[in-house]
Design a protein around this ligand. Structure first.
Ligand SMILES: [Zn+2]
Length: 206
């Protein structure tokens, strides 16, 4: 829907605003602010933004191990870092949730980025989330604790429950981040302190 107040704008600006509004967390007002900010900086501002964005799909790839993003052809900064604790692995919905957990500084282990949540309704199956390879990876790495950090939503809980049931190894402890995060909400809406407490307050998952 085109907002009131855009009628007087030239069509190319309206189109840009509509594109910006597709980005997460950007509403109509923010989209306008971004666009006018760019216009104030001049044509170079548009070019450097467009170039950086265009390069991303070429220069970034998914790490086959943790499924997070890495620079194409380069070792994964997380999986290859010898200083990280290989005994624990944290399962997150997205690479952006991974960044949030990294920012807390509470977790120094390995990750598994699902890239979604299980949903029979939307046709998302365990193999779409890289879960078929997970037990082998846990064994190969000698992981002794898996922390389930999927969000406290219906799909997040169902995914956590599925992963816990598929691990089924008595030598691997499964825990769930303890929540200060409101039920039904996304990790993205939690501040770093809340997330930090949720990690330290993790509980055994039954
Ligand atoms: Zn990796």
């Amino acid at each position: 829907m085109v907002e009131a107040g855009t009628k007087s704008l030239p069509a190319p600006l309206v189109q840009c605003i509509e594109e910006l509004k597709k980005l997460q967390g950007i509403g109509h007002k923010s989209a306008q602010r971004i666009l006018y900010g760019l216009l104030a900086r001049g044509p170079e501002a548009f070019e450097s933004l467009a170039q950086s964005l265009q390069a991303v799909p070429r220069l970034i790839e998914r790490c086959p191990e943790c499924r997070s993003f890495r620079e194409a052809g380069q070792p994964c900064a997380l999986c290859q870092d010898e200083r990280r604790d290989r005994s624990s692995l944290c399962v997150v919905e997205s690479a952006s949730d991974l960044s949030l957990i990294e920012a807390t500084g509470e977790f120094r282990g390995l990750y598994h980025v699902l890239g979604g949540l299980l949903s029979p309704a939307r046709g998302v199956r365990p193999q779409d989330l890289g879960l078929d390879d997970l037990p082998a990876r846990l064994e190969a790495k000698g992981v002794s604790e898996v922390i389930l950090a999927t969000p406290p939503t219906a799909e997040g809980e169902a995914t956590a429950s599925y992963i816990a049931s598929m691990i089924g190894s008595p030598t691997v402890k499964v825990s769930r981040i303890g929540f200060g995060i409101p039920v039904g909400s996304d990790l993205q809406y939690s501040d770093s302190q809340t997330l930090s407490r949720a990690l330290t307050g993790r509980r055994d998952y039954k």
